[in-house]
Design a protein around this ligand. Structure first.
Ligand code: UPG
Length: 459
């Protein structure tokens, strides 16, 4: 019987990229005859344009379909997590009918962490094996499932005081002091629901590998620690699931990079959704200018009240004026800097030998793309779980410097200091060395398959 897998990704490039990569991995290494990937989106043309080269990889055995969502008139207020969880809830009937229409019937189902409600749909449709793909760290998975196992009162106690949530067998998660915990009720409820649904899966795939998160992965394997919280549901590190740079891609940014010395350029980008306030955008511009280093900056129009504003922003495009940048900035930096509007070919940029550092919001895909290319980072977390990722790359892995984002605006002086910490010959030596070492472990992990070979064939 043909082995067919159905994979579903929640909206956003941060979820599309790893689910597509997992799909290719299953097809190439796990005996699948066919993979169908469903990408949930409220804007098919925009998703198609951002995915670009990934769509050209589709074929009869690797089918990519969109599940379009009409969100007009819907209340999608709240954090990005609650917005995306709500969108995935709205998409459930469409996911159900899309899967029902598949021939042959899929025997394996995978959905990302934001779409765990679809596990019940897969169960109802009697799909044999149901899985969750965690598109971020094992540590975040640990946090989510452990939090779900805790009483609400204990959680609120942690949120309201400066402190940390100790997680069995791995690093505690530190919280910022929260003025008004009631604001987080919806987000907490969604997180707890997700954590509880994860353990209804037959297995969990995580976009990580052993050398990246040895302690957390070890805790999942330990029945006394997170193994207990998972109640026997196996966790497989399957990373790094990253897109590879397209050889020979032509792009103005790459032409410019070709002209720069090795390791000399600072790449600045805040993922698919990141946006800064007008004041912060100015401070970053002055900071970059003051470092004196060459740079590529993927610039977005400022947003005052939502650091993830660019995620669903369809009004801004490549022709947007850059008048929000400081007076004369473009002219003063024209010989050392390149400003790119909205979107850049990130994998190709990070793979370029001229790149010396990556100022990143620490979206997990950006972190992994930096690691597989041995590029050290300057961590500038904005929303979601990015503060955890930033802490991990700076404090634990020591492949990044980290900006202090807790006190409001990050000042230009701090930006200069943190960029220099990575870029300067002497200062940055250790960080750069660590990044190269970790890159080697990513290369090793890429050569291996981490799910037992008979896993999908049984039954
Ligand atoms: O100009 C750009 C900007 C982004 N990208 C790509 O888009 C993806 C962005 O993914 P990521 O770095 O993870 O950022 P987000 O899109 O912000 O990711 C969301 O999903 C991640 C995985 O779950 C989480 O870690 C983040 O917090 C969440 O914001 C990456 O593959 C980038 O290479 C480009 O190609 N060009």
């Amino acid at each position: 019987m043909e082995l067919h897998g159905a994979l579903v990704a929640s909206p956003g490039m941060g979820h599309f990229v790893p689910i597509l990569e997992l799909g290719k991995h299953l097809l190439n290494h796990h005996g699948f005859d066919r993979i169908t990937v469903f990408l949930v989106t409220d804007d098919v043309p925009r998703s198609k344009s951002l995915l670009g080269k990934s769509l050209t990889e589709a074929g009869p055995k690797f089918v990519i379909r969109f599940i379009p969502l009409d969100v007009s008139g819907q209340d999608l207020s709240g954090s990005l997590l609650t917005k995306l969880a709500e969108m995935m809830r709205m998409a459930l009937p469409n996911i159900r009918s899309a899967i029902m229409g598949l021939e042959p019937r899929p025997r394996v189902f995978v959905v990302d962490l934001l779409g765990t409600e679809a596990l019940a749909v897969a169960k109802e449709l009697e799909i044999m094996r149901k899985h969750v793909l965690v598109t971020t760290s094992a540590w975040f998975l640990a946090f989510t499932v452990y939090m779900a196992s805790l009483d609400k009162g204990i959680l609120f106690k942690h949120l309201s005081s400066i402190g940390a949530l100790p997680i069995p067998g791995c690093s505690p998660v530190k919280f910022d002091k929260v003025q008004d915990p009631s604001k987080y009720i919806r987000e907490l409820a969604e997180s707890k629901r997700i954590g509880a649904e994860v353990i209804t899966a037959d297995g969990v795939f995580v976009n990580t590998w052993h050398s990246l998160e040895p302690t957390t992965i070890g805790s999942f394997l330990d029945p006394e620690n997170l193994g207990r919280v998972m109640r026997g549901v196996p966790v497989y590190p399957v990373g790094p699931l990253v897109r590879t740079a397209e050889p020979g891609l032509t792009h103005g940014v790459l032409d410019w990079l070709d002209l720069q010395p090795n390791d000399s350029v600072v790449y600045v980008s805040f993922g698919s959704g990141g946006a800064l306030t007008a004041e912060q955008t100015n401070e970053l511009a002055y900071g970059l200018e003051l470092t004196g280093h060459r740079f590529i900056w993927v610039v977005r129009p400022p947003a005052e009240d939502d650091p993830s504003a660019s995620m669903f922003d369809k009004t801004k495009n490549e022709t947007e004026t850059l008048e929000f940048l400081p007076n004369g900035f473009l002219n003063r930096t024209k010989d050392i800097g390149l400003v790119v509007r909205t979107w850049a070919p990130q994998e190709e940029i990070l793979a370029h030998e001229s790149i010396g550092a990556f100022v990143t919001h620490c979206g997990w895909n950006s972190v992994l793309e930096s690691i597989v290319n041995g590029v050290p980072m300057v961590a500038w977390p904005l929303y979601s779980e990015q503060k955890m990722n930033a802490w991990m790359v700076s404090e634990e892995l020591k492949i990044a410097s980290r900006l202090n984002v807790a006190d409001g605006i990050v000042k230009k002086e701090e930006i200069v200091e943190m960029v220099k910490k990575v870029m300067d010959q002497e200062n940055g030596n250790n960080i750069r060395k660590n990044a190269k070492e970790l890159m080697k472990t990513a290369e090793e992990a890429l050569k291996k398959t981490h799910i037992p070979s008979a896993y999908f064939i049984q039954n």
